[in-house]
Structure formats: C-alpha cells, structure tokens
Design a protein around this ligand. Structure first.
Ligand code: HSE
Length: 307
C-alpha cells in the first residue's frame, strides 16, 4: 500500500479563552488529499485544485511539513501530494493546518506509523510557521488528534487531548473576506494586565473542567475572551450582532474562530446549532457580504481515510 486518500478537517482554534492553546476539530468541513510514497527521494506537490497555492514544495505548507517529517525518518523515500482544497485560505478555520496535518498524518500512515501524534504535531507546525510566521499548534493538534486539544506547553511540546462532550455542536459563519493570520496577530498587544490574565486563565480552567465533566453550563460561562477578542473583533463585520444573535438563540457561547474572520458558536444540540445558524444568517444577509455557514458535530477522530 503506497497511496491513501484522506479527509483533512477544518478546526476552530482559540475557543475564546485559549489563545494559541485550545482548539477543536470539525466533521463536515475539510479538504481532501491523496498522498503517495515513491522511490525517488523528493517531496512533490503534483496537483492543487480549489485554491491558488504554490506547487513549489518549500513554499507549500504540506510540502514543508512532510519535509520536516522526512528529516526525522531514517530511510530515503519520496512523497507525492495532491491537494483538493475546500477550506478557503484566510478563513480562520485552519486551512493551512488541514493541509499540513493531513499530509504528515497520511505519510506516517503509509510508513506504518513510526511517529507519535505529538511528533506529527511538531512536523505540521512547520507548515503553520510558513503560513503565518508563527508555529502555533492549536489548529494542527485538533486536526491530528481529533476532538478538543490543549497545548499545555510549546517548549517542550506537550499536547493533551481533552474529552469531547457528545452533545456539543458547532455553528461557524465564514464571511467571504480574507483576514491573514499574520495581520490579525499584528493587532495584538504583547503585554497583558494581571487583572485580565486572571480572568482569562480562570475561564480557560473552567472550559477545560467543563469539557472533562461534560458540564455544558460551565462550558458556556467559560467561553469568554477578555484579551484577544476586543482587539480582533473590529476586523470582523457585524461581530457583535452575530454574537448577540447566537446567544439569544440558545448558543452556549460565541467567539472568533482562530484569527478570524470566521465566528464560531457552540451549542448543546443540533437543533439549537441550526437555530443559531438561521439567526446568524438573518444578521449576515443584511450586510451584502457573501458568507458560508457550517453546522458540524465535533470530529473526535481527526484526519481520516476516505474511499
Ligand atoms: N491561535 C492562532 C491565532 C490561530 O489566533 O492567531 C490561527 O488560526
């Protein structure tokens, strides 16, 4: 077996209170990729459909991530990568992470899994570094491990898979404007007041506890971001109106997905998540902007093989 076709999932990073450390994996949105092993020792991107992305290996996030993996592998092998993009670049739902994570997961699978999930996260982070200038792991970790993940530490890398409460459903609106992660990182302040830090780590602990104990009320109370959201939300048209509509229609919480412009809302059932989607649709229809809305259960598996 030297060829595999995979689903590389979209992800929602940060989850309000967990900037650069929390993320979760979606089920209904993602790219497809076909990865093959070859004898010629090189990494080639042979096809990209659905997006205008570079075919040169060193400029492509999937290529760079696979090169990082092969550097740690003892034998000389080659890899060919086909990418069928469905997640738009700059959407805030982990487009670059899906490509990086999908590629390293598939190569590891074809090599009979010589690397741990933690190692795969570190290879995929090289793709994130190329995409945004920063090797954050909060999209690639949930794409690779599935469910909700916490990056407890970056140096050394320590990624923890958290519990996924079964009833949680995500609604994501993606306004069709591009916000580059590097740009939305540049609006952030480098220092945080102790008062805000206390609020943020209280919420982060609350969210992790809520996920582990399946306490939906606690999850809702903890989905609050007093540090990043006030600075970034101004880049997103109608952010406040969307958030108000989501909460008014029963969402547990609502915030910016990753670095935006997508906005996520977490609900306790498909029914509520669909109601939230309708309400957000109503808000966004008035803006004249194009947008997509996705409703997705949490994908607790991560990258998966598809026929
Ligand atoms: N944690 C990253 C950020 C996620 O917010 O910049 C980017 O998708």
């Amino acid at each position: 077996m030297n060829r595999v076709k995979i689903f590389a999932p979209a992800t929602v990073a940060n989850l309000s209170c967990g900037f650069d450390v929390l993320g979760c994996c979606l089920d209904t949105v993602g790219d497809e990729m076909v990865i093959s092993l070859t004898e010629e020792p090189s990494v080639k991107i042979t096809k990209i459909e659905g997006a205008n992305l570079p075919l040169e290996t060193h400029k492509n996030v999937a290529g760079v991530a696979v090169e990082a993996l092969l550097k740690s592998y003892s034998k000389d092998i080659g890899v060919e990568i086909e990418i069928y993009k469905k997640i738009k670049a700059g959407s805030g739902i982990g487009s670059s992470a899906a490509s990086s994570a999908g590629a390293v997961w598939a190569v590891n699978h074809l090599l009979n899994n010589p690397f741990t999930a933690q190692e795969l996260v570190s290879f995929a982070m090289e793709g994130e570094k190329l995409a945004s200038g920063n090797a954050h792991a909060d999209n690639v970790a949930p794409a690779l491990l599935g469910g909700f993940t916490l990056v407890r530490s970056y140096t050394p890398l320590d990624v923890i898979k958290l519990n996924t409460p079964n009833d949680l459903v995500m609604t994501v609106i993606h306004p069709q404007i591009e916000v580059k992660t590097s740009d939305s990182r540049s609006v952030l302040k480098q220092n945080v007041s102790l008062k805000k830090a206390i609020q943020q780590w209280g919420n982060l602990g609350g969210l992790v506890a809520g996920l582990c104990t399946e306490d939906y009320e606690l999850i809702g109370r903890s989905l609050e971001d007093v540090i990043i959201e006030p600075l970034r939300s101004i880049l997103i048209p109608e952010f406040t109106a969307v958030k108000e509509a989501a909460i008014a229609n029963g969402a547990l919480g609502c915030g910016i997905s990753g670095s935006g412009p997508s906005i996520f809302a977490l609900s306790k059932s498909i029914k509520t998540a669909n109601q939230v989607a309708q309400a957000i649709h109503g808000v966004y229809s008035k803006t004249g902007l194009d947008f997509d809305i996705h409703v997705s259960k949490i994908n607790s598996q991560g990258v998966k093989i598809i026929p």
